[in-house]
Write a protein that binds this ligand. Structure first.
Ligand code: HCA
Ligand code: CU
Length: 389
């Protein structure tokens, strides 16, 4: 079964301006655990003592999910993570030629020695620690470098190799830079050497393809996929948690693996505490994701929702709804009247038309009409025959 690693508290906190206090981090971790996330990556304790504190508190909370720390490829960083009592350690070190030559200024052999030394140390300190090695910027690194570094990492004790599309470089069906190719090749090459680590993927959204690439990796047999709530992360972020789960279910994963009814509360909590609004048209979690508006649409969904919906919102514990405005027809007014408990007015077609005219006038102000608050006032005005202000 596919496993999900949520990195809202690590990658997500790399969104400029986003900061979650240890108490908020714990609350987010508890939501993620309720949903059924397998691994929660909290952060690098070497970055700040408060991150170390947050990791320790989440570890102590006794969640079902494995709790992970992120770490540079140094003994010092690894020790700080171990001191927090984590079950999972993610160590990253790039073996891209450019990075080795221009940034680290070491050769591949020296890089592999460093990776081996750090992973061997981590394993010796805690033999049951789940260790992930990420050759950062994997997909822009020579595949031979990646295979050599991954082989050494697994031999030193790494259980997982993550393919990081650090810059959102891959494209499904691209002739030579699809993540599908990377997952397949790495699995095969390591299997030929008698090694079978789990393969994880970390897809950035720079070209808007993070979700498509994650699904491409899934098709190629990836074992773990990284996500963040609202797709938060560096630059354009990574794969959106809600969208990935819905698509995995669509591709055959069992719905019962996840408790999707907690998604809405989690997204509201993260949006509020990150001060980042969820766009209304955001798939799955946006306010309008299951809202029907134009007259033809509403008339059809009044009979059968599936005429304009391929997803069932009820799996998320929410219901579809209608919006009122310039595009509305009588069916929307009738549904809205029922929604506010005024079905008594539905039979009076002239009155429904009058309300519709009034709604179209109000729509010219260019902001959404709040059915619960505004429709009762519109009804009153239509009774009194007063034109809108
Ligand atoms: C980073 C880069 C990273 C690391 C992923 C990983 C990436 O912010 O440190 O350690 O698995 O995108 O490569 O997020
Ligand atoms: Cu990343």
């Amino acid at each position: 079964m596919i496993e999900i690693l949520d990195s809202t508290l690590r990658e997500g906190e790399q969104t400029p301006g986003v900061y979650f206090s240890p108490a908020k981090k714990l609350a987010i971790a508890q939501f993620l655990d309720e949903i059924g996330i397998d691994i929660i990556e909290v952060g690098n304790p070497a970055v700040d003592s408060e991150i170390a504190l947050a990791i320790q508190q989440i570890v102590k909370a006794g969640l079902k999910a494995k709790i992970g720390a992120h770490s540079l490829c140094t003994i010092d960083n690894v020790q700080k993570a171990l001191d927090c009592g984590v079950d999972f350690l993610g160590v990253f070190f790039s073996v891209s030629q450019k990075r080795l030559d221009q940034d680290y200024q070491i050769c591949l052999t020296a890089a592999i020695e460093k990776i081996t030394e750090v992973i061997t140390y981590a394993k010796s300190q805690k033999p049951d620690l789940l260790i992930r090695y990420t050759p950062e910027d994997t997909v822009r690194s020579p595949i031979e470098n990646v295979i050599a570094a991954a082989t050494a990492a697994v031999k030193a004790g790494a259980n997982i190799i993550s393919i990081a599309d650090t810059t959102g470089y891959t494209t499904p069906f691209h002739p030579y830079r699809s993540i599908y190719f990377y997952v397949k090749t790495l699995k095969e090459e390591l299997a030929n050497l008698g090694l079978s680590p789990k393969i994880e993927v970390h897809c950035h959204n720079d070209k808007g393809l993070a979700l498509a690439n994650a699904l491409d990796a899934y098709r190629a047999g990836a074992d773990i996929i990284d996500v963040a709530v609202m797709g938060l992360g560096e630059r354009a972020g990574i794969v959106d948690l809600a969208a990935l789960l819905i698509n995995l279910i669509d591709m055959g994963e069992e719905e019962k693996h996840w408790r999707l009814k907690y998604i809405k509360d989690l997204y509201d909590f993260v949006s509020e505490n990150s001060h980042i609004l969820i766009p209304p048209h955001q798939p799955i979690t946006g306010k309008n994701a299951f809202t029907h508006y134009a007259g033809v649409h509403v008339k059809a969904v009044a009979k059968d929702e599936s005429l304009y919906q391929s997803l069932n919102p009820e799996i998320l514990g929410i219901k579809s709804n209608v919006a009122l405005g310039m595009q509305s027809g009588c069916a929307a007014v009738e549904m809205a009247l029922k929604q506010i408990g005024r079905e008594d007015l539905v039979k009076n077609k002239d009155f429904v038309l009058k309300i519709l005219q009034e709604i179209k006038e109000i729509a010219k102000r260019g902001t959404p009409i709040d059915i619960e608050k505004e429709l009762p006032l519109i009804i009153d005005r239509c009774y009194a025959n007063i034109l809108p202000i």
